[in-house]
Design a protein around this ligand. Structure first.
Ligand code: SF4
Length: 359
């Protein structure tokens, strides 16, 4: 398919109308209070990938309180940053966040480069983050396309190709609206339009400043775009997790630096494999008399996990004895277990009545 050009004068007029709408109706988000500080823009963009503004906001506030500048974050201990990130998911992103802060501090004298091309060279920067930081922090005319902007463009141009293949056309469409004027406000105005008007379900097309150029609205098919590809179900894996507690602490281990949840603290568990575990297959890490505490589901990016929980409640001297004889294991006080990745705090839910906010 080819993107059909819209009338240039119409695009310019509607662009100005959307920016005027944004001036009056834009959201009051915490990361819009810091001016155009590249550190804050970057931090919020990394946190907002794959999660909602409401979920990211308290993490953003906490990070800024602990590490108000990129220099502070660069100097932070890995373990502390990982612990503060817990609950946001995608821990590889947290590791790259630190790596990036240290690169900016070491190679760029603590200042983020101000062009999309240079930002793209930093650890953890993909095309989206580079474009978003270039636009929002440095007011560069970058083609910022996230899932929300994708939805608007797919509708404006009634793009029939399902995503992800349709992304080429979406990007081609989006760039036609990028201008030097208010370059940083433009993607934010689109994101707010997507949030308040061009919603996934029941878009409010009659209130939309772009409706005069919208092909999907004209055809009465706004909700049909973006066209969805047939759903692929994630493969399922199975595991058994071991909770050993003396009522004060639980046993945890530092995970390998590489791989899923690398470098984080976690509960000991079996391999996460394609076949369910039978009771006779599972060799508990230690002979402590476990009881079955049920099972739970957790969804990772690439697979869904069904995890069985075995709990051993032991006395304090047996617990201390056990720690003395097992190198690499450590005791984590129960009041700190919320810092563990969600896949493990779910295992402790029955023990602690933890509340789980979906990421
Ligand atoms: Fe979205 Fe409707 Fe506006 Fe088109 S007219 S961009 S479908 S809200």
């Amino acid at each position: 398919m080819a993107i059909i050009e819209k009338d240039a004068a119409l695009v310019s007029r509607l662009r100005a109308e959307l920016l005027a709408w944004y001036d009056n109706h834009g959201r009051d988000l915490p990361w819009r209070h810091g001016g155009r500080d590249p550190y804050r823009v970057w931090l919020s963009e990394v946190m907002l990938q794959q999660t909602t503004t409401a979920h990211a906001a308290p993490y953003y506030a906490r990070f800024l309180e602990l590490w108000p500048t990129v220099a502070d974050l660069a100097a932070a201990a890995d373990g502390e940053v990982m612990a503060q990130w817990a609950g946001l998911g995608y821990y590889a992103r947290a590791r790259r966040l630190l790596e990036c802060a240290r690169t900016v501090e070491r190679d760029h004298a603590g200042r983020f480069p101000d062009s999309e091309a240079e930002l793209l060279k930093l650890p953890g920067f993909g095309p989206y983050t580079a474009a978003a930081v270039a636009a929002i922090a440095f007011d560069r005319p970058a083609n910022v396309v996230d899932g929300n902007i994708e939805r608007i463009m797919a509708r404006l141009y009634a793009i029939p190709t399902p995503l992800p293949a349709g992304r080429t056309f979406v990007r081609e469409a989006a760039v036609r609206w990028v201008r030097d004027e208010r370059a940083g406000d433009w993607p934010q105005a689109l994101m707010d339009l997507a949030n308040q008007i061009c919603r996934p379900k029941s878009p409010l097309c009659l209130l939309c400043p772009l409706n005069a150029a919208c092909d999907a609205f004209r055809d009465g098919k706004a909700e049909s775009y973006p066209v969805k590809a047939a759903k692929v179900t994630k493969p399922r894996r199975y595991g058994v997790v071991f909770v050993v507690t003396d009522g004060v602490s639980v046993i945890v281990e530092r995970r390998e630096a590489k791989g899923l949840l690398g470098g984080m603290l976690g509960l000991p568990h079996t391999q996460w494999r394609a076949e369910p575990w039978q009771i006779d297959d599972v060799k508990p890490m230690f002979d402590l008399g476990y009881s079955d505490a049920g099972r739970y589901e957790h969804v990772f990016t690439h697979f869904a996990l069904t995890q069985q929980v075995w709990i051993a409640r032991v006395g304090s001297s047996a617990f201390a004895d056990f720690l003395r004889h097992h190198n690499g294991w450590q005791a984590l006080p129960l009041e700190h277990v919320k810092a563990l990745p969600t896949v493990f705090t779910k295992a402790l839910k029955s023990l602690l009545s933890l509340d789980h906010t979906p990421a």
